[in-house]
Design a protein around this ligand. Structure first.
Ligand SMILES: [Zn+2]
Ligand SMILES: [Zn+2]
Length: 415
């Protein structure tokens, strides 16, 4: 299906800044649907006539409802732009039945703001290639509705660890370290709410963790009008197939929740915990299918892809900017020379060996060079509190059993 402007016949797109469809040509917000007629399911056999009637060519390719050209659809593609006429096409047959999203979060950040955010974030990067934020390169930015599974998991966490408390004491010339150990057990019920796992191969797994959280309270029931102007895919993997990734999040969050809980026991805080062991019992699990807004900017540098992603709801940017080694090492060389010049100057004034500042300067230069060669991709900003509300956890068992004391001694040199 495509959406046409009632006023001028132009191709309507969803405009995040007004939360409505808008014609980019005449600014009208009135539209009409033009069906692709694609009522056949993928894989159905159709004769040449019925296929054409239904919006597919005899070869099984989608026919653009606007210009009629044949479009070879990707295996999972559900929304795209016609490469010939730039119409925004929504493949209805791929948004039906089990593939109909339960909800979606419409884009809040439009293309212009997404580009500005990337510019702002990476313009200040001293060592990035100069065209990283160029207008020409940024044209490649695309809005994607990422198919995402959200898991609600009602769990019981059973956690064991050895809690260690350390005390130091000095008597005369001897330092005593008392190491008390405890068997720590915590059992708690915890309800994880809307744990996201991306279901598109187009988005690397770890990126979802970096892009999260998405506020699902702002989600809407699925509506194809939000899709126009964006790309989308059906889920590439089922909720059952991706469940292990949700479970590994539960284990990580669960361990840190129990670890925190261990600090509030009858024997007070522990300096550290060892031999942590967590068993998770899944009492009830349900998965919900949603589409999340992500801007995707594919930048290529020296044949290496550097994908950047922006959470289309919150504006959080993730991705690693490439560095131009020439720019890094030129800068490192300048730092080195300045350090050496100052050091050697001092060596003559203060009368020490001038080789010392030369060595120190080279070391500083190497450190500056290597630390700038490897910038970071972004930070994970979610924690267990993002998914487990305070009222959704309940501690059922909290025991700390004293195991005994180990004493270490150390002789001190009292000068
Ligand atoms: Zn128009
Ligand atoms: Zn077309």
């Amino acid at each position: 299906m495509i959406y046409k402007c009632k006023n001028c016949g132009g191709d309507m797109v969803f405009e995040p800044s007004i939360g409505k469809m808008k014609c980019p040509f005449c600014d009208s917000t009135e539209c009409e649907e033009v069906s692709t007629g694609s009522e056949i399911k993928d894989g159905d056999v159709a004769t040449e006539e019925t296929a054409q009637e239904l919006g597919y060519s005899a070869a099984g390719n989608l026919l653009c409802p606007n210009c009629g050209c044949e479009i070879e659809l990707g295996k999972f593609t559900s929304a795209l732009r016609c490469p010939a006429c730039d119409s925004n096409i929504i493949v209805d047959s791929r948004m039906k039945g089990e593939y109909k999203p339960e909800f979606m979060t419409p884009f809040k950040i439009n293309e212009k703001s997404a580009k500005e955010m990337i510019k702002k974030k990476f313009d200040s990067l001293r060592f990035a290639p100069r065209d990283l934020v160029s207008e020409a390169r940024l044209k490649k930015i695309q809005g994607w509705y990422m198919p995402t599974w959200f898991y609600d998991m009602d769990t019981t966490l059973d956690y064991y660890a050895t809690g260690i408390q350390e005390k130091k004491e000095t008597k005369g010339n001897t330092e005593y370290t008392y190491i008390d150990s405890f068997d720590v057990n915590r059992v708690m019920d915890a309800k994880f709410n809307r744990l996201p796992v991306d279901a598109a191969d187009a988005l690397p797994d770890e990126m979802m963790d970096l892009l999260a959280p998405f506020d699902t309270k702002e989600s809407m029931p699925y509506d194809s009008r939000y899709m126009s102007g964006f790309y989308s895919e059906q889920y590439n993997q089922s909720a059952d197939q991706l469940r292990p990734r949700a479970e590994s999040q539960v284990e990580n969050f669960g361990r840190s929740m129990c670890h925190d809980e261990a600090q509030s026991g009858s024997h007070g805080r522990y300096n550290r915990t060892e031999n942590e062991n967590l068993k998770v019992q899944y009492n009830d699990v349900s998965a919900h299918y949603g589409l999340m807004p992500v801007w995707k900017y594919d930048y290529t540098y020296k044949d290496q892809p550097y994908p950047f992603y922006i959470n289309g709801q919150t504006g959080k940017i993730v991705g690693t900017a490439p560095v131009d080694p020439k720019r890094v090492w030129t800068f490192a060389a300048i730092v080195t020379l300045v350090a050496i010049a100052i050091g050697v100057g001092l060596s003559f004034m203060l009368d020490f060996n001038f080789l010392l500042p030369v060595v120190v300067g080279l070391i500083i230069g190497l450190i500056v060079g290597f630390t700038n060669m490897h910038p970071a991709a972004g930070k994970v900003t979610v924690n267990s509190a993002t998914y487990v509300a305070p009222g959704d956890k309940k501690v059922k068992v909290s025991t700390d059993v004293y195991r005994g004391r180990e004493t270490k001694t150390r002789q001190l040199n009292n000068n």
